[in-house]
Design a binder for this molecule. Structure first.
Ligand code: AHR
Length: 498
């Protein structure tokens, strides 16, 4: 199969925000306890942070990590997680029906973030807590001292304020499963009150208001319109969540998932533009896609309640999942003007690229697209024109076989092209043509592929899926040609003349 990708360094889709390479850490299952935090394990440091996990996460080069939930946050009292650990209360967690010991709280998370060199997104409880509690957490984190909660932080050994810039106003408040779930108008009032109080305490912060949980929600987009109309002047981002699935084992359709992700982003672009136009506003609200991933196998699990850190949502990921993850990233890059933050959900053990055992870690298939895109997508998003065959993707109809995105960093002259071949049978010979700059050379080509969409890395066979070097040849100064294998991702790095 032959395909063409045309790139023009003057035809842009916006500047790529590094924060689209972010993650999500929730108090659930073995994400925190036994995941990032395991005091006493020989692989952990003096603070109890797993060193092997930190090293692997560094390979994903994330900008932000969202914390502490998720559904967990909507009945969480952050004050339980500060002060001397021995005096912290264990609590039942309403969301996941487990025991939360509170030995890892705000201060531990901040110390861990610093070690990982990421900035936090702190999510406040707007389910069962009120605006005052949210503002108190901001006071604890960001005020310099001489107020009750900032003095508590200092007393807990943290003199310098954490200066947390990005804050989430609750989680999935449109969902009946959420503690404190309310209709859109009620949540909008809560979010506005909390947001105004928080920005009143620290005007430097940015706020994410909670959008729809999923496009299948009955209130999809209407919820978002109501929230945006009420909170427009106070918030900076609206959140968007999506978990993709292949429950029907229809890989043709699943591998076309990028089409649906594009549609969701176009929906969000439309509702934001609608509210902006109605308000005659010059301000821009962008999308924080702060939960996204493939998740369906370990859903609705049957397990004994009120355990400490049981293994929940420990999804094993295969090749087709990795190709869908790559399509999320392609879509975020193609919508660079709209999506400024995106958090893969989650990062360790729970629907995660990294699994732990007491004696080590396993890198799952989805780890690699996350690491590759974060390493190579820099600068501006180029708007690719793709010419390729189409195929029938079930309910999604006729879909292009190739899914592409590209970046160009004018400073370094580096460009990167990201290509997913959705075909399960045919390799694609792809000609990438460039306008506006001449090609100097091909820096590297990395391929992730396999013969079977279901192959996966396992503890017994950890190296089944991993990037391998590929080849691309220059056809003059404005074109490169490469073979993208069936069921494959190619990341092509180019050097351009200035
Ligand atoms: O990431 C797992 C859960 O999925 C989160 O707690 C919730 O926000 C979403 O429904």
């Amino acid at each position: 199969m032959k395909a063409f990708v045309k790139l023009d360094v003057c035809r842009l889709a916006g500047a790529i925000d590094r924060r689209i390479f972010s993650g999500f850490l929730e108090h659930i299952g073995r994400a925190v306890y036994g995941g990032v935090y395991e005091p006493g394990n020989s692989l952990s440091d003096a603070e109890g942070f797993r060193g092997d996990v930190l090293d692997a996460l560094k390979g994903m080069d994330m900008a932000l990590v969202r914390y502490p939930g998720g559904n967990f946050v909507s009945n969480y009292d952050w004050r339980d997680g500060i002060g001397p650990q021995a005096q912290r209360p264990a609590r039942p967690d309403f969301a996941w029906k487990t025991i939360e010991p509170n030995t890892f709280g705000v201060d531990e998370f901040m110390a861990w973030s610093k070690r990982l060199e990421v900035d936090p997104i702190m999510v406040v409880n707007l389910g069962t807590a009120d605006a005052r509690e949210a503002a108190a957490l901001l006071e604890y984190c960001n005020l310099p001292g001489r107020t009750y909660w900032s003095d508590q932080r200092v007393a807990n050994g943290n003199k310098e304020p954490y200066a947390v810039k990005t804050w989430g106003l609750g989680n999935e408040m449109d969902g009946p499963w959420q503690a404190g779930h309310v209709p859109a108008e009620v949540y909008a009032n809560r979010a506005l009150q909390a947001g105004q109080l928080m920005k009143g305490l620290d005007p430097a912060i940015e706020l994410i208001v909670t959008g729809s949980t999923a496009s299948v929600m009955p209130t999809y987009l209407e919820w978002d319109r109501v929230i945006l109309e009420r909170c427009w002047d106070t918030v900076d981002y609206i959140s968007c969540h999506r978990y993709s699935h292949n429950r029907d084992n229809n890989s043709q359709q699943f591998l076309a998932e990028g089409v649906v992700i594009d549609q969701v982003l176009e929906d969000y672009g439309a509702v934001i533009r609608y509210v902006r136009a109605r308000k005659k506003s010059r301000k821009q609200v962008c999308v924080a896609f702060d939960e996204w991933n493939v998740w369906y196998r370990k859903h609705d699990e049957d397990y004994a309640w009120w355990q400490f850190a049981p293994p929940l949502l420990e999804e094993m990921y295969n090749l087709e999942d990795a190709l869908v993850v790559a399509q999320y990233l392609n879509s975020f890059i193609r919508h660079a003007d709209l999506v400024k933050i995106a958090c893969v959900a989650q990062i360790v053990n729970v629907i995660a690229p990294i699994l732990t055992r007491p004696d080590g870690i396993l890198l799952q298939s989805i780890y690699y697209p996350l690491a590759l895109y974060s390493a190579h997508a820099r600068g501006l998003s180029l708007d690719p024109v793709v010419e390729c065959p189409t195929y029938e993707a079930g309910e999604l109809g006729s879909v292009p076989v190739l899914d592409a995105s590209a970046s160009y960093d004018a400073g370094s002259g580096e460009a990167a092209v990201f290509l997913v071949n959705r075909s399960q049978e045919q390799d694609a010979i792809v000609n990438v043509a460039l306008t506006g700059r001449e090609l100097k050379g091909v820096t590297s080509v990395l391929l992730l592929s396999g013969d079977d969409p279901k192959v996966e890395n396992s503890w017994d066979n950890p190296g089944v899926i991993a990037p391998v070097p590929g080849e691309a040849r220059m056809l003059g100064s404005d074109m490169v040609q490469l073979r993208v294998p069936a069921l494959g991702l190619a990341v092509v790095c180019l050097q351009l003349h200035g």
